[in-house]
Design a protein around this ligand. Structure first.
Ligand SMILES: [Zn+2]
Length: 214
């Protein structure tokens, strides 16, 4: 899986759509755990909430200050995301309703590239909209095409609390918009047909009932 192919990708390219989620979650996902050197004993893997958990519908609140406690949360989120073989995770997915996102879009053969977004804002979403096949650690094993603006600018505070602004396109644009949705209580299945969404949520609920009964 070559993630580099996604920078500046045409989102309508169906071949590449097939690829994008595989880096996010799934059997051939690229990571087999947290990369060496990026973890420390104080990090902990947290439980990821699975839809239709009502907490995933909460609107997360802005962070006042990027301090040690928040960095500890971000470290845990990163470790949790790597463990689950994901490429993006919002704090609410581990039950913390704060406007915090972690992401790593590095390809299989690349050095890990963790990114942290505190109080992110999306600016100037492009008028051009295109589909990407998305998945989500909170909606395991389901993948659907979602239409979103193909590019945008984002403004956020980084791991050190420094304000940054950058242009997002390709996989980065898809992923940041997907994670931003989580901060507003929205799941990617909210962007697909009601029939499909209800089928997916019903199946997840049933799976959880069965797992709890075991
Ligand atoms: Zn998600």
């Amino acid at each position: 899986m070559v993630n580099a192919a996604f920078s500046g990708v045409e989102a309508a390219d169906s071949q590449r759509q097939r690829h994008w989620w595989a880096t996010m979650a799934g059997p051939d996902a690229r990571l087999t755990g947290a990369p060496a050197g990026l973890t420390s004993p104080r990090m902990a893997i947290r439980e990821i909430l699975i839809a239709p958990d009502p907490r995933l519908r909460e609107v997360s609140t802005p962070v006042d200050k990027v301090d040690e406690a928040l960095r500890a949360l971000m470290d845990d989120m990163l470790e949790t995301m790597y463990d689950a073989k994901g490429i993006g995770l919002a704090a609410i997915q581990v039950g913390v309703p704060k406007r915090v996102i972690v992401m790593d879009l590095a390809g299989e053969d690349e050095e890990p590239r963790p990114q942290f977004f505190v109080n992110p804002e999306i600016l100037d979403p492009s008028a051009d909209v295109g589909p990407y096949q998305e998945g989500c650690l909170s909606v395991p094993d389901f993948f659907e095409d979602v239409d979103r603006p193909l590019g945008c600018r984002i403004r956020y505070l980084d791991y050190d609390g420094t304000e940054r602004e950058e242009v997002a396109e390709g996989l980065f644009a898809v992923c940041i918009q997907h994670e931003m949705d989580h901060l507003n209580g929205i799941l990617f299945v909210d962007h697909i047909s009601r029939l499909k969404r209800e089928r997916i949520l019903k199946k997840l609920k049933k799976d959880q009932r069965l797992a709890a009964a075991e």
